[in-house]
Ligand binder design. Structure first.
Ligand code: HEC
Length: 97
């Protein structure tokens, strides 16, 4: 399957603004290919849109440290520092569940 690498380039500078799908923070587009911001029926990938920011951040920290086992998320979580992770988590939290 072919997947565009950076669909969110246009919205990379909007970290501090209110979160909407239109201004996802840098990095969020690395998540939405798998974790769709909108409802998808029958996905095997857990939904994270609408979850609490701190829950998403905690998951990411544990994936990164290896404390929580994963297939792909450990590798992905290592690509983001705490500030990036929080911005992405806050954006997902603001998306409709
Ligand atoms: C290649 C597909 C893929 C990408 C890209 C991806 N994820 Fe995941 N995510 C998964 C899968 C699969 C799981 C289930 C755990 C596992 O097997 O790694 C998961 C689990 C999670 C969970 C735990 C949810 C739960 O209820 O268990 C969180 C939080 C999460 N991902 C956040 C993110 C964030 C934030 C990003 C972007 C930085 C991201 N993911 C990018 C596939 C992906």
């Amino acid at each position: 399957m072919h997947r565009a690498l950076l669909p969110g380039l246009a919205s990379m500078i909007l970290l501090a603004s209110p979160a909407t799908a239109a201004d996802a923070p840098p990095g969020a587009s690395s998540c939405t290919g798998c974790h769709a911001p909108k409802k998808v029926a029958d996905s095997v990938i857990p939904r994270i849109a609408g979850r609490k920011t701190e829950d998403i951040v905690t998951f990411m920290r544990e994936y990164r440290s290896g404390a929580w086992p994963s297939s792909v998320m450990g590798r992905i979580a290592k690509g983001f520092d705490d500030a990036q992770t929080e911005a992405i988590a806050a954006w997902f939290a603001a998306q409709p569940e």
